[in-house]
Design a protein around this ligand. Structure first.
Ligand SMILES: [Fe+2]
Ligand SMILES: [Fe+2]
Length: 527
């Protein structure tokens, strides 16, 4: 029976880990990962060990949802203590690198007064040697510019941090990814391999093309116990949806949050992939509904709900290229999405505003993305304009309408859109929620709360529509689907400001005979 052919079962999920925390852009890109490890995760683990009960209670308090608390029962505190000790021992290089960045910033604050920066180089901490350039902007504000490709080659980046956990989607919400590390569990197959390991691509390709258990065992390097575990995750029958491809025309499907699948008979595009594996839930498209081959994945920006490694890894081996926005080349707040994904083994195309990427029968144009990053100088963000099967589709993600004239330029360059997909998370989390570990001088709570991760409110969404002149408008990327809780931690009710703003925008569209919708769970457009 060794040559029996197997498919991966529909409900298998993967959780990619770095030092047992869930992989997301700020724990993978080495500059930001070092800062987050030193100034967020180590203090968080220390705080938990001082009073585990407080963390568990806070994790279960709905008012504190999405806060930085570790949801691990006190009886497992020793495992958390071991994790902290391992991090301090094995990641000493990263922790020193983070301290060096903070010291370098302090050096600049104290000494970069508009005069020659050359004398400061020998005073930089040795960990930064060869990895940064010092430069003023034209207002004499000095910054360190990180040579990020070199940092990936330095001691601050190691794939030894990476591992993966394979398990089944249970339908029960998983712990919040930004704060709770994943310990070992009897229900989970642990593999101590990096994300770019060729065995993972081989494994996930078996969603569409079967292979033998022996092949997977060899390529993943499994022992007998692991191979037995894996065999329980395989099936001789595929679980693919029969209507995952189309024969004619065009189709868009909303898979939840910011994930859209755009298809023609010749090609498929997926935006910000974040896809449920819960194939029995019946209220959503899942991994089973994806086309076998995806020509382009479009990534809009680096927030953890738009770069979702648990979904991206499931697509390894089935993607033509991932299109990502260009970064600022060295700003501490702005990791390169291209470098981050290339280093995990993905094929990447980096684009700037109005760059075009062709695919069979169509074209994607990168368009500007405004705001939603707490006024930090983050450039690695893009909206997209897709043309396929005679339709023009604007993929707006979380881009805001702070300055709606921007969208007039988009229309001037590309014409009128048939469909506009707009994010309206208009009361996002404050600056410190996501960027705390990168801020080397403290900000006040008032300052942090004034700088939120916010997309458009009703007035701004209306202004975007006025300038863009799209025929139909759909609000998406709101994190409302219940299967996203471990990443989004949102709590909306019908009285929540964002929901009220969406209703106001729907009314605005109705008054102007613009077809509009507030997307939830699943939807399909066919032409
Ligand atoms: Fe965002
Ligand atoms: Fe988002």
């Amino acid at each position: 029976m060794t040559d029996e052919q197997f498919f991966l079962r529909s409900k298998v999920i993967i959780e990619p880990l770095v030092d047992r925390f869930i992989a997301q852009p700020h724990t993978v890109a080495p500059v930001q990962a070092s800062m987050n490890l030193a100034f967020l995760h180590v203090p968080l683990l220390e705080s938990y060990l001082q009073s585990p009960q407080v963390h568990v209670a806070a994790s279960n308090n709905p008012e504190l949802r999405g806060g930085y608390f570790i949801n691990i029962p006190e009886e497992r505190a020793e495992e958390v203590r071991d994790l902290l000790a391992t991090i301090k021992r094995d990641r000493a290089d990263m922790l020193r690198f983070a301290e060096a960045i903070a010291a370098g910033q302090e050096l600049l604050r104290a000494n970069a007064t508009g005069f020659d920066l050359t004398p400061l180089y020998p005073k930089l901490p040795p960990e930064l040697g060869g990895l940064v350039e010092l430069a003023y902007d034209t207002d004499n504000q000095a910054q360190m510019r990180f040579m990020e490709p070199l940092v990936y080659k330095s001691d601050a980046y190691t794939e030894a941090r990476q591992s993966v956990q394979l398990s089944f989607e249970t339908g029960i919400e998983r712990p919040f990814i930004l704060s709770t590390p994943r310990l070992t569990s009897p229900d989970v197959l642990e593999l101590d391999i990096p994300f770019r390991h060729e065995g993972l691509a081989e494994l996930f390709k078996t969603r569409v093309r079967p292979t033998t258990l022996n092949h997977l065992r060899d390529v993943l390097g499994l022992d007998d116990v692991q191979a037995k575990r894996l065999s329980g995750m395989l099936s001789t029958k595929p679980s693919l949806a029969p209507d995952r491809h189309i024969e004619a025309g065009g189709r868009i499907r909303y898979f939840g949050h910011a994930c859209l699948v755009l298809q023609t008979p010749q090609a498929a595009i997926v935006t910000d992939p974040f896809i449920s594996a819960d194939s029995t839930a019946g209220d959503r498209y899942t991994l089973d509904d994806l086309p076998d081959f995806i020509d382009l994945v479009l990534i809009t920006h680096g927030h953890q709900d738009h770069i979702v490694f648990e979904t991206l890894l499931q697509l390894q081996g089935r993607i033509g290229a991932i299109v990502v926005p260009r970064y600022s080349r060295g700003n501490l707040a702005d990791p390169s999405i291209a470098l981050m994904l290339k280093n995990q083994g993905f094929p990447v195309i980096e684009v700037d505003d109005f760059d075009e990427v062709e695919f069979p029968g169509g074209k994607v144009t990168a368009t500007p993305f405004l705001g939603e990053h707490c006024d930090l100088d983050i450039r690695a963000k893009s909206t997209y304009w897709a043309e396929l099967a005679g339709k023009k589709i604007f993929i707006g993600a979380d881009s805001s309408g702070i300055d709606p004239l921007l969208y007039r330029y988009v229309k001037g360059h590309l014409g009128k859109a048939d469909y506009a997909f707009l994010g309206m998370e208009c009361d996002g989390a404050p600056l410190t929620w996501l960027y705390q570990a990168l801020l080397t001088i403290p900000v006040t709570k008032k300052m942090s709360n004034s700088r939120k991760l916010s997309g458009s409110n009703a007035e701004q969404a209306a202004a975007i529509m006025t300038e863009l002149g799209a025929s139909e408008a759909y609000v998406y990327a709101m994190g409302e689907e219940d299967w996203l809780g471990h990443v989004m931690a949102t709590t909306y009710t019908e009285d929540t400001y964002q929901i009220k703003q969406i209703e106001e925008f729907m009314t605005w569209c109705a008054d102007r005979d613009i077809k509009a919708g507030h997307l939830f769970k699943q939807q399909e457009w066919r032409w």
